[in-house]
Design a protein. Structure first.
Ligand SMILES: *Cc1c(COP(=O)(O)O)cnc(C)c1O
Length: 472
């Protein structure tokens, strides 16, 4: 299997190259040249199978010319053995025809663990085989950084540098990043915003000398492997609800469009999916885009679901590419428009193609709080604010008895956002046992000014020192 860029100016690349690079060299996002199709019999066979078996069946064809199957099986087993639920991603019923797919039973309590745990093992494996080291850099508003740090801690071939905006992540999120004791993990509190942190990481990737010298590797959700690994739970949950003999709809709390795009891929692979519903908080660029055809960036508003406080949804570029019949020239034009004038318009044809598969619902802060209260009152279910946004959106999409079951993706554990839950229900949720001591552990991080040179110097110093240690 080869991978092509949405901007059409990078040569087709093997899986391993997309895995280590993240972004394509022309600034585009990688997608497979074709989608391997699973037979309905194969999908029906997923019912009752362990998560790891389904994962292997779905992922293996995408790696076809890379890592052998045997190693993949071992890596998948290792990636999911630390999840606190035997089903890995259990399904809970909330109402008639309404279910929550719980994706937060991994080490850092957010759905990012599902992809990151496997990504880390795969990257380490590939680097070992090639006798190379890499430097992972990333900016985070909370969950991605914690998931990456937990997944890569202690691995021999990589150093990890995570930038987060100083004072702008929750205490739980910060402590999850700063209390991990591993020599290869470096956490940086940047004196700036999340956008500053992200700009800094982008600049480093565009700095060719630094990029090659440190073998920079990106693990944010533009990395195709992450999106691919997220398709697995669409299959396992549909199988529980009678798929492929019955269509299922999914409602996804959306920020960067990675998680819901995985649902779109699942459909391309052969899973019968009825609707894909984009649930957004008041950062509603995608809902506005589906309604009007105009993608127009506004300023980010902080909400109680911070992992969705995003205006530029990077993975939406992948859907645009597909909706335009993979016309890379059009994508280059749209993305240039985004750079120059903070927006672009989508032609009626492609807009229609998007609307044929997706709905979008935006949910206000008050509605989110009401939903947390209602789920608790009516179903005894504590939903974190991100999940609550999607439950609220699900209730508003036309539900009736004969419609396909609606599966809401539960993306974070309620214990991660205790203040929002307490405000809505009066109950302060606990953290699961393995994190109970989080507030007693020693924190370790460096505070750096929002200065590109200083950050690069910091990273270069530590990455080269680590490389020398490994070499000797
Ligand atoms: C990252 C995240 C999201 C948004 O997922 P995208 O793939 O960026 O759309 C939603 N909820 C939580 C808790 C997250 O951490």
């Amino acid at each position: 299997m080869k991978y092509i860029s949405t901007r059409g100016e990078a040569p087709p690349a093997p899986f391993i190259e997309t895995l280590l690079a993240g972004l394509a060299p022309d600034g585009g996002l990688y997608l497979p040249q074709t989608y391997p199709r699973l037979s309905q019999a194969a999908i029906a066979g997923f019912a009752g199978q362990p998560y790891a078996n389904v994962a292997e069946a779905i992922i293996a064809p995408f790696l076809a010319d890379g890592t052998e199957t045997l190693a993949l099986r071992e890596m998948i087993a290792a990636a999911y053995k630390n999840f606190r639920h035997p089903a890995v991603t259990p399904l809970t019923q909330l109402d008639s025809n309404l279910f929550v797919l719980e994706l937060f039973h991994g080490p850092t309590l957010a759905f990012k663990d599902l992809a990151m745990q496997l990504l880390a093992k795969l990257i380490d494996h590939v680097l070992k085989a090639q006798g190379e080291r890499a430097t992972i850099i990333g900016a985070t508003s909370g969950d991605t950084g914690a998931a990456a740090i937990e997944a890569f801690a202690g691995l021999k071939q990589v150093d990890v540098f995570i930038l987060f905006p100083h004072g702008r992540v929750s205490d739980v999120q910060r402590r999850q990043m700063t209390t991990v004791e591993a020599e290869n993990i470096h956490t940086i509190a940047l004196e700036g915003t999340f956008d500053d942190a992200q700009a800094c990481i982008k600049n480093m990737f565009n700095h060719k000398v630094l990029r090659d010298e440190l073998n920079l590797c990106g693990v944010n959700s533009i990395n195709f492997a992450r999106v691919l690994f997220q398709t697995v739970y669409y299959f396992t949950s549909a199988a529980v609800l009678g798929g492929p003999h019955r269509d299922v709809s999914f409602v996804v709390p959306t920020g960067n469009f990675g998680d819901i795009f995985a649902g779109w891929i699942a459909k391309r692979l052969g899973l019968p999916v009825d609707r894909l519903v984009i649930a957004t908080n008041s950062n509603d660029i995608l809902a506005r885009t589906l309604a009007s055809g105009h993608y127009a960036v506004q300023t980010v508003q902080p909400t109680q679901s911070p992992s969705m406080d995003i205006q530029v949804s990077s993975n939406f570029e992948r859907l645009l590419f597909e909706a335009h019949g993979r016309d890379a020239a059009t994508l280059r034009r749209l993305m240039a428009g985004l750079r120059q004038s903070q927006g672009f318009s989508i032609e009626p044809g492609p807009l229609q193609a998007i609307r044929a598969e997706f709905d979008a619902v935006s949910v206000t802060e008050a509605e989110t709080t009401q939903e947390i209260a209602q789920s608790w009152r009516e179903a005894g279910y504590l939903a974190d604010p991100h999940t609550a946004v999607a439950i609220s959106a699900a209730r508003r999409t036309k539900m009736n008895a004969s419609a396909s079951p609606l599966v809401v993706l539960g993306t974070a554990h309620p214990g991660k956002f205790p203040d929002a839950i307490e405000r809505a229900t009066g109950i302060r949720p606990d953290l699961p046992g393995h994190l109970a001591g989080l507030f007693k552990r020693k924190e370790r991080f460096s505070i750096l000014p929002n200065d590109q040179n200083e950050i690069e110097r910091f990273i270069r110093d530590r990455a080269t020192r680590a490389a020398k240690r490994t070499a000797s």
